[in-house]
Ligand binder design. Structure first.
Ligand SMILES: [Zn+2]
Ligand SMILES: [Zn+2]
Length: 143
């Protein structure tokens, strides 16, 4: 991951946490967007699901001048990075999948043309939530 720097040409997305202390740009394209309903994601977001897109870490640039980014290891393989001032989740990463991050795309500041592709861990969803859409619902991880 590179630190700071401005938006370069071509597809460039930008985002930030709720307090604005952390911001980022991404030079790649977003691939599939997933709603993850696993219990860890629900707790990490405080909502029905987390909405993620897998991104290329080398194209992701984080600006964190105040050193606010904190990391929580939610299981042996997984780290969740969030703003320690406002609590916004920014991304997660897996030790077993180096070079990629799962960006929490609710933090994006610009509109994107893509739409959500699927639900993951739908079997673990909150009992008070029903997804009334036509996209695929995987009971566990995408298969
Ligand atoms: Zn923040
Ligand atoms: Zn999850």
């Amino acid at each position: 991951m590179s630190i700071a720097g401005d938006c370069l040409p071509a597809p460039c997305l930008s985002g930030s946490c709720l307090c604005g202390g952390i911001s980022y740009t991404y030079q790649g394209k977003l691939n599939e967007i997933a709603h993850c309903h696993c219990q860890q994601c629900r707790k990490a977001q405080g909502g029905a699901f987390a909405t993620n897109a897998v991104i290329d870490e080398t194209l992701f640039t984080l600006a964190d001048p105040g050193g606010l980014l904190n990391r929580y290891r939610s299981c042996t393989d997984k780290v969740r990075a969030f703003c320690s001032a406002c609590g916004s989740p920014i991304y997660s990463s897996r030790t077993s999948i180096p070079g990629t991050l799962r960006l929490r795309i609710g933090t994006l500041d610009n509109p994107i043309p893509q739409r959500a592709s699927y639900h993951a861990f739908y079997q673990s969803k909150a009992e008070w939530f029903e997804a009334n859409d036509a996209i695929k619902k995987f009971p566990g991880a995408k298969s």
